[in-house]
Ligand binder design. Sequence first.
Ligand code: PLP
Length: 432
Amino acid sequence: MNNINSIKLFEEAQKYIPGGVNSPVRAFKSVGLSPLYIEKGRGAYIYDSDGNGYIDYVGSWGPLILGHLHPEVIGAISECLAVGTSFGAPTERETTLARMIVEAMPSVEMVRLVNSGTEAAMSAARLARAYTKRKKIIKFEGCYHGHADTFLIKAGSGALTHGVPTSPGVIEETAAHTINATFNDLEGLEQLFKSSGEEIAAVIVEPVPGNMGVVPPQPGFLQGLRDLASRYGSLLIFDEVITGFRLSYGGAQSLYGVMPDITCMGKIIGGGLPVGAYGGRKEIMSMLSPSGPVYQAGTLSGNPLAVSAGIAALKILGRPGFYEELDGKASRMAIGLSGAARKAGVEVCFNRVGSMLCGFFTKGRVTDFKTACDSDTRKYSVFFRSMLEQGVYLAPSQFEAAFISLAHTNEIIDKTLEAASRAFEAVANTSF
Ligand SMILES: *Cc1c(COP(=O)(O)O)cnc(C)c1O
């Protein structure tokens, strides 16, 4: 694999950008490689600056559920581009996207658009604290809610692979108000609520965590969260930045039938452009400025280009059969992968919910952060490199999801599986 141009570009970037990247996980550090510079994408493929093509399972870390350059999304952006890129004044399309989100997400009656998932989660926490007049937030170890101080307490994803459990600069006084719980451990959570339930403003959770690899909620866990939060007068926040419009048109809340008080969204709802959103019951959302006292604003919030792309994407996702088709592809992939691993004699725990997929290099089941950390990341590195050399672009970290998109045809998936067979062989033949 020739990546001489990428290496040169990375060297140049490091002079001007900290670590050469604008988001840490892009640096490929945890797999010991230099990042690829991507020049273009099309469908399920991306192409780097050395002319190599790859089947893409990162999908811009979740947004590209339709693949790259979906013609309807690009058409909507182009139409919008012809009339202006930002006005700092309301546009009709913002109401359209808000209405689509409200109609899709059963627990959401009103929604505020922001620019990123980080902003959505940060604002949701402020709103929950204002609504309950309480200070503490419970989160789950290994769940990621963006990089606001409140959540940068033993966060997963980038922070996890870089071994920075708590970032310098996040002050103790802030950290003191965030409590980490164990995902899928309802008993532990019950104890927490028993001891300090009256102080808890909110419990925030990725209903299906996708930032410690993929970890499905055990039956009853999400409902248990709902019940506990209600019993103690705390709010339940679902961070559906990944799962919203990915697991079903109505997100994880529709899939599992559990209704949060506030929902955070992002990624898919921007159709590949920067967007975030948070929404919930009218009574809670009405506390936001200018209808209420809780301040939150954004110069580019509801940006016309991003909103147009989001509307176009959601229109496609709302068509009958979309999620069934996606699920079929993801299932084909998961079954093929576990077969290939077994054949090579490599122990892998595969977790899949809908089109979110992860193979952990560990014997046991992965049900929380601790068991996710049992995976052998050296094996993942070997697997990752082999896949990359064969033209398959996975997330450069064990603790991420692989995302299947509409653009991944069965042929493309079968090609991926052939590569995976060889990659698992490579893992089996490496001594660690
Ligand atoms: C990506 C992500 C975020 C942060 O979104 P950004 O747009 O990167 O700020 C928050 N929560 C979850 C679950 C995410 O996956």
